[in-house]
Design a protein around this ligand. Structure first.
Ligand code: BGC
Length: 363
């Protein structure tokens, strides 16, 4: 199921309730007219390729199409830099802030500062626990984890692995999404652990989703388990690739299914090569379009209602939300990601992968 933002809007998922239609709305703090200007802070460019290759591109395109000014910056994983960028955006007259927090504490500080200046905010992709964002736009992240858990089970079953030993390489402990991904996946795997059908041999989070650290952690897991790891629940493609590198070194790549997330070129190529079992495709264009549409309406002084809310587990607040539907990708439907325009055939089907692309029906 793939609904664009417009489809969501027409189906009533989002409805305009406020009627301030003029672009030059009165600023609440000074009374002076404010030109809509949207500040976006992306988290980094290393934990996943998506932020720079997809989110930035689609957000910019959505703001450009609406003729709205936007300043999109990347904090490069630096929490101090994150605050500095936010301060500058506020000083430079941002009328809406859209953030992907690096952790809830520093995210909350930025949201609170914006709120004090009557600047509405959107939590983009990651919910800031205890925060004050006006909206939260993301995917159903527990569903992402469930797809990973189900995917791992499918790949182990396809390979006829009996009593598999599983290693769980989880996302950053400071990212609420990582908590949800794990909850969704463990919901599938725990009954198998309990029934002694599967065994859990390693389970660790990767601080800041750091791919290099993930390699070190997985190497330790592999050594400690004396190489007896039959399946890897990796929370995204970057962590999955770190595990695959270790598996390759030990000549067991392809034998041990590894999960992922983000449908990155690297992740999809790992799937085509048979080294990765699956990834989760999140159509970032839908997410960016939904967030941009909300940001633009906020910048114009409009209020929209959403038909979903997300419980902030720290404050208990129900945050108005748009939560989109993720899709599992295996070898057979890698082509869906290309058809959707998320990656191009040229990027994916380089010389080494040309034959596999043909086999997977990518033409
Ligand atoms: C996002 C994932 C991404 C990860 C690392 C999560 O919050 O939802 O798409 O892979 O952060 O950047």
């Amino acid at each position: 199921m793939r609904k664009g933002f417009l489809a969501l809007a027409t189906s009533g998922l989002l409805a305009v309730t406020g009627l301030a239609a003029c672009a030059e709305d009165k600023g609440a703090d000074t009374g002076a007219p404010k030109t809509p200007k949207i500040g976006v802070i992306l988290p980094d460019s290393k934990s996943s390729a998506r932020w720079e290759t997809a989110d930035r591109k689609y957000l910019q395109a959505a703001f450009d199409a609406a003729g709205i000014k936007a300043d999109i910056q990347n904090a490069q994983g630096d929490k101090t830099q994150f605050q500095t960028i936010a301060d500058q955006m506020i000083t430079n007259g941002a009328t809406v802030l859209l953030i992907v927090n690096l952790d809830s504490g520093t995210g909350k500080a930025v949201l609170d500062k914006a709120k004090a200046q009557n600047i509405p905010t959107i939590d983009y992709d990651r919910l800031t626990l205890g925060g004050s964002a006006s909206y939260y736009v993301s995917f159903d992240n527990k569903a992402v984890g469930k797809l990973q858990g189900d995917g791992l089970v499918k790949c182990l079953t396809d390979k006829n692995v009996a009593n598999p030993a599983i290693a769980q390489l989880n996302g950053s402990p400071t990212d609420n999404n990582a908590t949800l991904f794990k909850a969704g996946a463990v919901g599938v795997l725990q009954p198998k652990y309990d029934a002694k059908e599967y065994s859990l041999v390693a389970d660790q989070p990767v601080p800041d989703w750091d791919n290099a650290q993930a390699g070190v952690i997985f190497e330790q897991m592999f050594t400690q388990a004396s190489g007896k790891i039959n399946g890897v629940l990796a929370a995204n493609d970057g962590l999955g690739n770190a595990a695959i590198t270790v598996l390759k070194k030990n000549k067991v790549n392809g034998k041990v299914p590894v999960t992922g997330q983000d449908a990155t070129v690297q992740g999809l190529q790992n799937i085509l090569a048979g080294d990765q079992c699956m990834t989760v495709y999140k159509a970032v264009k839908q997410e960016a379009d939904a967030a941009a549409a909300l940001a633009i309406s906020l910048a114009k002084g409009e209020q929209k209602t959403t038909d979903q809310t997300t419980k902030d587990t720290e404050s208990g607040r129900d945050v108005p939300s748009v939560l989109l539907v993720p899709q599992a990708i295996f070898f057979n439907n890698v082509k869906d990601v290309v058809t959707d325009g998320y990656v191009t055939k040229d990027e994916l089907c380089t010389a080494d992968f040309a034959a596999k692309c043909t086999e997977a029906g990518i033409s």
